[in-house]
Design a protein. Structure first.
Length: 302
């Protein structure tokens, strides 16, 4: 099965990601999808996964130019790639980074939020939920090496990781800016940031839709470290070594003890959350807000 065909499958196919992966693996040559110089390496259209220099560590790169917007396809491939690594006994940690210059991820693909029908909105939102649940609860160590701007859904993705290192560049703004688009960050976005930066800082960051430069993101605890851009990957690898020095079973149970309750809040009401999203995003006023925001983004260039 060609990857393009895989990507046209509905989100419910995520329930059987191995069936999809078999298709991906069979559809691509070993050189493209698996083994290069003896090292395991696989990729899909929008996610590149390669072994890092350190044993047991993979680097997962988002590759959806120009700005790594989280489309249904990218979300689906992220989940499949993570699941594949989790099922491969070789890997214990993943460094998540971007293959696009200056942008880690621009967040949810705004084209998925505008002018679609309710069934497509529902399918998309289910994929957003799935990405968050799988990454947030992953038994692997996830370190985000944030090498670009990181707004909204991009920030959410980084918040699923166990540790965040941000490259020191004043253009690399980070935060949940939903209110500035006239939309509302769902409760599990809010939970993710509140568990990271605390209650009071969340009140401000979320209501103001703050996009913080590196020094402020560090100060508030949105990232754990800010480093010169040329040291980003080496720092992420050092951090990973520290986390991998801990026995997996003890670390995994501890992670789950801390995170499961937050994930359960969504797991208990996934369908209601989808319905909420669909009815919210379908409102004329919300559609207008989003269209205006998208147009402003496009005009910025001219
Ligand atoms: C009750 C609760 C219920 C639930 C309520 C609903 C909850 C929804 C939660 C939503 C979460 C989100 O993530 S919403 C997404 C929020 N994201 C953002 O606000 C980021 C917007 N983007 C940016 O700020 C910038 O693009 C940035 C990422 C910094 C990169 O700047 P650059 O100058 O490098 O690039 P640009 O020139 O701006 O962008 C290049 C092209 O990419 C497009 N582009 C940029 N971001 C895009 C995006 N997210 N989706 C699609 N397309 C995007 C631009 O329009 C350009 O298109 P062309 O002109 O055609 O080339």
């Amino acid at each position: 099965m060609a990857l393009t065909a895989v990507l046209r499958l509905p989100a419910r196919a995520l329930l059987r990601p191995w069936a999809l992966l078999r298709g991906v693996a069979l559809g691509r040559t070993e050189a493209a999808a698996g083994i290069r110089n003896g090292a395991r390496r696989f990729g899909s259209q929008h996610v590149l996964v390669e072994p890092a220099a350190a044993a047991g560590v993979a680097v997962m790169k988002l590759r959806n130019p120009p700005v790594n917007s989280l489309s249904l396809e990218l979300l689906t491939e992220l989940v499949i790639s993570l699941e594949k690594l989790e099922n491969d006994k070789v890997f214990r940690g993943v460094i998540l980074t971007s293959d696009c210059p200056s942008v880690f991820s621009s967040g949810l693909d705004l084209r998925e939020l505008c002018g679609r029908n309710p069934a497509r909105y529902a399918e998309f939102w289910k994929a957003v939920q799935e990405m968050w649940l799988r990454f947030y609860l992953s038994n692997l160590v996830l370190v985000a090496a944030i090498n670009g701007a990181c707004p909204a859904g991009g920030c959410l993705l980084s918040l699923t990781c166990d540790y965040r290192v941000l490259a020191d560049n004043p253009k690399y703004l980070m935060g949940l800016n939903e209110t500035l688009l006239g939309i509302v960050a769902p409760f599990w976005f809010k939970d993710s940031i509140m568990n990271t930066i605390g209650h009071r800082a969340t009140e401000q960051a979320l209501q103001l839709g703050s996009l913080l430069p590196p020094a402020e993101a560090l100060q508030v605890g949105m990232v754990d470290q800010v480093v010169p851009e040329d040291q980003l990957l080496s720092t992420a690898l050092s951090v990973m070594a520290k986390w991998l020095a801990v026995p997996d079973h003890a670390r995994q149970l501890t992670k789950s003890m801390i995170r499961q309750a937050t994930a359960d809040r969504l797991l208990k009401q996934r369908d209601a959350d989808i319905q909420n999203f669909v009815s919210f995003i379908s409102k004329d006023a919300i559609q207008k807000s989003l269209q205006t925001y998208l147009e402003k983004l496009k005009q910025k260039k001219g």
